[in-house]
Design a protein around this ligand. Sequence first.
Ligand code: ZN
Ligand code: ZN
Length: 268
Amino acid sequence: MIELVIGIYVTLGLFLATLGPAGKSIRREVEKTRGTEFTNAMMQREAPSEKKLFFFKLTLILGFSLLWPFLLWGALKENKNYEVQPDSDDLEHQGLKFQYMGGHGNLSCNECNFSESLTSFTHGIRSSRTGYQCQDCGKFAFRMRTDPFKRSSNENFDVPLSELPLDERPSRIEHLQQMLSLCETQMEKTARKNWLPTWESTVTECKKELSLVEENEIEDVKNKRLESENAYKASLFCECGGGLDRDNVLFCPSCKSLDLTYSMEYIT
Ligand SMILES: [Zn+2]
Ligand SMILES: [Zn+2]
């Protein structure tokens, strides 16, 4: 009997932590830990590996499954804070937009029988997949964006530029430039007494590292980045010739209705 009760308790916990309401909170925690390019640069850290993130998620799910009666209320309250409220005073902007849709999911029309699975935005270690809609024919499409430069492996993160393997240099050079400009911008708009203690030393460090890089290598990195950006921009066209866009409100490709529903299946 007691086994059955424990079994039900844990199963219910697992359900809440994955498909249920706490699943959302857990996915959010994982995303926060993954960080964005900007937050990772700010904190001077590499994005955590997928393996670490997986174990982090697993720990959260298992922990929640055991302690769910104590944590459920918090998770529900938190979800409420994250709910997207469409801008109701602006009729033109009502409807679904890619920027408010997470991950990968299913889009269906409420006025006809159109339904399609699509990607809004998902990312892997070095690449991401972004969803678009053709503004002419309404077809949905996605484009892959791959970082042209290899990132430093975790164990190389503290290694100075001069000792890095050649193929990890471009990414480090960009990182140093970003850090430098980030700190310099902050220092410009902040009163000196409010500067963070790390800013000045970061500026000195970045300048020192970058001064050892030849001008043509810097130029090369810049051009490769630009090339990759331009190639991506050039790919943002549908087979029909129409432009792909993700800023406008989505419309049904068959009946043009704006009354669509998106349900997310997963986010990475
Ligand atoms: Zn429709
Ligand atoms: Zn098209």
